[in-house]
Ligand binder design. Structure first.
Ligand SMILES: [Zn+2]
Ligand SMILES: [Zn+2]
Length: 301
């Protein structure tokens, strides 16, 4: 067992005075010496925090015992070091930014599929998988043969659904990292006439744990300094290509130019050659940060 954990969790639920809750929750997280990023809104909580195992347990116990968060599930990663440098709890109007106020996941009736149900369904003739994540995420890794949409943010999801219009009569298994985006995405799809919509319970993360990640190709993009994590230990494959030399690699970095800061795939060799930059113009930029091979830079807030 490793010394630290990184937790990933969400819960759509009603939080009254969420702005005040956010302030109190930040104090609570700081008292536990956790690091991470949490969004709080009237529609719920969405977070990822990291810290020593015992502090993570205290955090989970507190939330599990709070009736507001009844039934909250934590996805737990054992890690060698804390995955964040800072602790933020931010109040937002939505915990997942979609911009469709009529979508209310607290009352969703979309079936959540367990890993074994996914395995049993996904290769059938009348079933397709849909990756609801952004381009930068699915380019690093996605389910074999899954549909993707040309989106850079989740807000663009509804307007890009026409790209998969022809699958309207199929059974569609939607998935994202941990399930939170699917809670909204599947409702949008139903509103737009997709009848048979499912979501993977707990997203790629939980599927990876329970099905060994079978048929998930590449790595899973994560929103902490690890950037990419392995999912599949059954039949892994690398699908991403280095931005510079086109060689196959799963290394994901932040561009060393802070004005760019783009996340992109960069191989080990090109990393050193490009000093962690995505392009020549970034390489020439005035404030390029020193590259240490990791491709991660603290946000410096
Ligand atoms: Zn390269
Ligand atoms: Zn750049």
């Amino acid at each position: 067992m490793k010394a630290f954990q990184t937790l990933l969790y969400y819960k759509y639920c009603r939080i009254n005075d969420a702005e005040k809750f956010a302030v109190l929750h930040l104090n609570f997280c700081k008292s536990l010496r956790l690091k991470g990023r949490i969004l709080v809104s009237e529609e719920g909580i969405n977070g990822t925090v990291s810290g020593p195992v015992i502090q993570c347990k205290k955090y989970m116990d507190q939330l599990k015992n709070d009736p507001i968060f009844h039934g909250i599930e934590f996805k737990i990663d054992e890690v060698d070091e804390v995955s964040f440098d800072k602790m933020h709890v931010r109040y937002k109007s939505e915990i997942v930014n979609l911009g469709c106020p009529d979508v209310d996941p607290t009352n969703s009736d979309v079936p959540h599929l367990s890993a074994s149900e996914v395995l049993e369904m996904k290769d059938k003739e009348d079933v397709v998988m849909l990756d609801v994540r952004n381009k930068v995420e699915y380019e690093l890794g996605k389910f074999k043969d899954a549909l993707t949409l040309d989106i850079d943010t989740f807000r663009e999801f509804p307007e890009h659904l026409n790209e998969i219009e022809e699958y309207k009569d199929k059974k569609i298994i939607a998935y994202c990292t941990g399930g939170i985006r699917c809670e909204k995405a599947t409702l949008v799809m139903k509103n737009m006439g997709f009848k048979n919509v499912y979501q993977i319970d707990g997203g790629i993360f939980k599927y990876g744990r329970e099905a060994g990640g079978r048929d998930f190709e590449g790595k899973m993009y994560v929103f902490d300094k690890r950037l990419a994590v392995d999912v599949n230990d059954v039949n892994p494959k690398v699908i991403s290509k280095c931005r510079i030399c086109d060689s196959t690699t799963s290394k994901m970095v932040n561009c060393a130019n802070p004005e760019c800061n783009e996340h992109f795939v960069l191989c080990e060799d090109c990393g050193w050659k490009m000093k962690g930059c995505c392009s020549d113009s970034c390489l020439d930029a005035p404030n390029v940060r020193p590259y240490d091979g990791s491709g991660y830079y603290s946000k410096g807030e």
